[in-house]
Design a binder for this molecule. Structure first.
Ligand SMILES: [Zn+2]
Length: 58
């Protein structure tokens, strides 16, 4: 599911829903914002995880 222009950070980005081992999240396609709805982890951990995953691709 995609929520158009509902990003809380950049306000113009499109959020898409996803899930991983930490729970369900919404991520912004444009700015890279990522928020977990389940609050199972902090945003800092989510960011670190996001960076770690990006690093794997290269
Ligand atoms: Zn955004």
């Amino acid at each position: 599911m995609i929520n158009l222009k509902s990003c809380p950070r950049c306000r113009t980005g499109d959020l898409f829903d996803g899930s991983d081992e930490y729970g369900c999240y919404s991520a912004c396609i444009q700015c890279g914002y990522m928020g977990y709805s389940g609050k199972t982890i902090s945003i800092e951990v989510a960011k670190a995880e996001q960076l770690r995953r990006r690093g794997r691709r290269y």
